[in-house]
Design a protein around this ligand. Sequence first.
Ligand SMILES: NC(=O)c1ccc[n+]([C@@H]2O[C@H](COP(=O)([O-])OP(=O)(O)OC[C@H]3O[C@@H](n4cnc5c(N)ncnc54)[C@H](OP(=O)(O)O)[C@@H]3O)[C@@H](O)[C@H]2O)c1
Length: 252
Amino acid sequence: MKPALENQVAIVTGSSRGIGKAIARTFAREGASVIICGRKQETLEQVAAEPFDGPGALIPHACHVGRADDLKRLVEAAHQRFGRVDVLVNNAATNIAQEPVLKVDEGKFDKMVEVNLKSAFRLIQAVAPGMCDRGRGSIINIASIAGLRPQYHGMLYSMTKAALIMMTKSYAFELGPKGVRVNAIAPGLIQTALSEYYWNGEGKLDAILAQQPLQHLGQPAEIAETALLLASDRGSYITGQTFVIDGGRLLP
Ligand SMILES: NC(=O)c1ccc[n+]([C@@H]2O[C@H](COP(=O)([O-])OP(=O)(O)OC[C@H]3O[C@@H](n4cnc5c(N)ncnc54)[C@H](OP(=O)(O)O)[C@@H]3O)[C@@H](O)[C@H]2O)c1
């Protein structure tokens, strides 16, 4: 079978580690040229140098997704090198405000919106016109189950992820007729640096697994395989959806 993303050009934000790195490596395994992005060029170069099986490539490009100029340069670099972007994964996110709602201040509100939400808007606005002109493209926004249910002391994170899910549906609605598919993935708990607080510590993992039908801690690769489906023609009839990948945690 031919690689699912042969000759495709992808941008994956926040791909220096965790879920974004797993998505980038999976796409490269399937033949894509993947521009990987995070804040430190040196870390990205280390990621790009790690071996993987497959015909694609990982191209490091440092970018702070909360900065409009950085995002502009990222897209320009992709266009200069490849002339197009076929797949965009908005994955980079932060959580700087895990605290009671009445402690949340405006500075954190603005920063969380800038990094978790506006970055996706800015990148979609920059790459989607080219996708529409070519009549094809796939955009994947990494949301969270926290965008579907409120997370205690996590208002800003939940709010940005809920908005990302609605942004996904709105773009899917309008860009579908132009051949551009837009979907979201809402992971549950996945073993990464971002979520370490929840799973690393005496009894924490056992407490989580007690609420979850599938009895293991989710791994970044389990998100990456769904991203591959959505990015490739194998997902050609899917748009506007949010895929909950949470080991069944939201079932009860
Ligand atoms: N892990 C979970 O349980 C879980 C659950 C639900 C949803 N998610 C979502 O999954 C996505 C990936 O999370 P993760 O768990 O893989 O997190 P992670 O391991 O902390 O990785 C986050 C990535 O984003 C990058 N990043 C952070 N801030 C950035 C910025 N301002 N500009 C550019 N890059 C930035 C980081 O790179 P640098 O630090 O090198 O810049 C890193 O590559 C996020 O959208 C998160 O909300 C995760």
